[in-house]
Design a protein around this ligand. Structure first.
Ligand code: FDA
Length: 463
């Protein structure tokens, strides 16, 4: 039996992979999408509380550093400006999916994230994309041009190459494949027919052999869309990073992002009673120029802090760095407590409860004997200290809840190794990385999906 040949094989049928496959297929390319998970696009399904925050209207494509984290946030500018939130919104509208804006430009499906998945699958069907799922990937081999040509000369009617035979792992520079420069040697859309089903001639040299659970396949281009490491139980794996290493691409250190933060058990004990409490705060980390701040809701948990404020800051937080939290942003607590002292005999906690949530006021006042008395008997210094503690609460997380709770993975394939126009590896033609596997991480609020769509689109145009 001959080895199937595709213009492009895409590994990972998540947001970026599905979108890229659909676009490439609609351009007339013969595309195979492979995913090892039982269910397609599980991350889209669980995203946005089941409603998928699929993009963000406030994305400023001219200034990606405002909403993206990574060693070079400018890298994503080209792709983001060629496929914008407005483009994705138009697609969602064409499919008749109702949506709404929730907060700060975040767009969600009215009914369910399933509608977005169904839309992507319909787009793939339009592009005649073949999908193998569940299907694991055992190995990837770059078939070096020289060897194939030699093989063909010896045998003008070659049989498909068994794994390992006549195939060499990539040596990006030494084995730069023949005729694989831009516009030459590559079969273009329309002439894939001639190659279909076999390594037919020297044009297929420099292809990728992907050894899967369902046997080997050959591809002119290989797109890695395996996402990040978060939520391993629904299919996340490190395959994308391992492939990057195999092809000698640099990686930026990975760590969980958009993740709840945890604290030392004994130190956290006074606050654990606040679990479930949510309130708007200003949260910041980093000094001076590096300082990042967010105005969002914070949520107390049994082990630490969560909520949008903490998820956002977690992508900027580094081990050992303190956080500063203003638990009553926009309120002059010192002034308010001084005025209360002049007119009230109530307990400090009761007065404080008019300024911040009652549970917080009670818990806070209970941590210091000077704050457990009628406010008119409190020392000015004690009230000033109380105001200061609430407005500039300094605390240092001991860690994060890790990949089982993180929404994204920071770091990944170093953008310096990729073309910002096409997502193709500079040192390994025909190999592309898109979506979260790349060192581009968006803020909470639909930015990560917009990156998945935009990088998938940029790649699909170049395949
Ligand atoms: P994605 O993770 O979508 O897809 C990767 C695919 O590769 C998966 O299908 C996986 O099974 C497959 N794969 C992995 N290893 C493989 C292997 N070895 N072999 C074969 N296949 C393999 N973002 C946003 O913008 N708005 C939101 O509302 C949310 N909400 C949200 C909630 C939660 C709980 C999480 C965990 C994440 C979010 N996100 C989000 C982030 C968003 O889901 C994420 O950034 C994108 O899905 C990334 O798209 P990718 O296609 O790169 O990876």
């Amino acid at each position: 039996m001959s080895t199937p040949f595709f213009d492009a094989v895409i590994i990972g049928a998540g947001a970026a992979g599905l979108f890229c496959a659909a676009q490439a297929g609609q351009r007339g390319l013969k595309v195979l999408l492979i995913d090892h998970a039982d269910k397609v696009a599980e991350k889209i399904r669980i995203s946005g509380g089941g409603r998928c925050n699929f993009t963000n209207r406030e994305l400023d494509v001219r200034a990606p550093h405002k909403h993206f984290v990574g060693q070079n946030p400018q890298f994503c500018r080209s792709a983001l400006s060629r496929y914008t939130p407005a483009d994705f919104i138009a697609l969602v509208q064409r499919h008749g999916i109702a949506f709404h804006e929730k907060h700060k430009g975040q767009l969600f499906a009215d009914r369910s994230a399933e509608d977005i998945i169904a839309m992507l699958l319909a787009e793939c069907a339009d592009g005649r994309v073949e999908r193998w799922q569940p299907c694991g990937v055992k190995s990837v081999v770059f078939l070096a041009a020289e060897r194939l040509i030699a093989n063909q000369a010896a045998n003008p009617h070659p049989r498909p190459l068994p794994e390992g035979e006549g195939a060499k792992p990539a040596q990006p520079i030494a084995l730069a494949p023949l005729g694989r420069g831009r516009g030459e040697g590559h079969p273009r859309p329309g002439n894939s027919q001639a190659l279909s089903g076999f390594i037919a001639d020297a044009e297929s040299a420099g292809s990728y052999q992907i050894n899967t659970d369902r046997g080997p396949v050959l591809a002119r281009s290989l797109v890695i869309a395996t996402g990040g490491l978060s939520i391993p139980k629904i299919g996340a794996s490190d395959l994308g990073y391992r492939l990057a290493q195999q092809f000698k691409l640099p990686l930026v250190e990975r760590r969980p992002g958009l993740v709840p933060l945890t604290f030392d058990g004994a130190e956290w004990a006074p606050y654990a009673q606040l679990a479930g409490l949510a309130l708007p705060v200003e949260i910041s980390t980093g000094a001076k120029k590096e300082r990042m701040a967010f105005h969002e809701d914070l949520l107390f948990t049994h082990r630490g802090l969560s909520g949008p404020a903490v998820l956002q800051i977690s992508s900027y937080w580094r081990d050992g760095q303190p956080l500063a939290i203003d638990l009553a942003p926009g309120v002059n607590l010192g002034e308010a407590l001084r005025m209360a002292k002049a007119r009230s005999r109530k307990r400090i906690a009761n007065e404080l409860a008019t300024l911040v949530p009652t549970r917080l006021a009670e818990a806070w006042a209970s941590t210091d004997a000077d704050w457990q008395r009628p406010i008119n008997e409190a020392a000015d210094k004690a009230l000033a200290r109380l105001a200061e503690r609430l407005a500039r609460w300094q605390l240092t997380p001991t860690g994060t809840e890790g990949y089982k709770k993180a929404e994204v993975t920071l770091g990944g394939v170093d953008t310096r190794a990729l073309s910002q126009q096409s997502m193709e590896c500079k040192s390994q033609p025909g190999l592309y990385f898109i979506g979260e596997v790349v060192d581009v991480t968006g803020w909470l609020g639909g930015y990560n999906f917009q990156w998945a769509w935009a990088s998938g689109h940029a790649c699909a145009q170049a395949l």
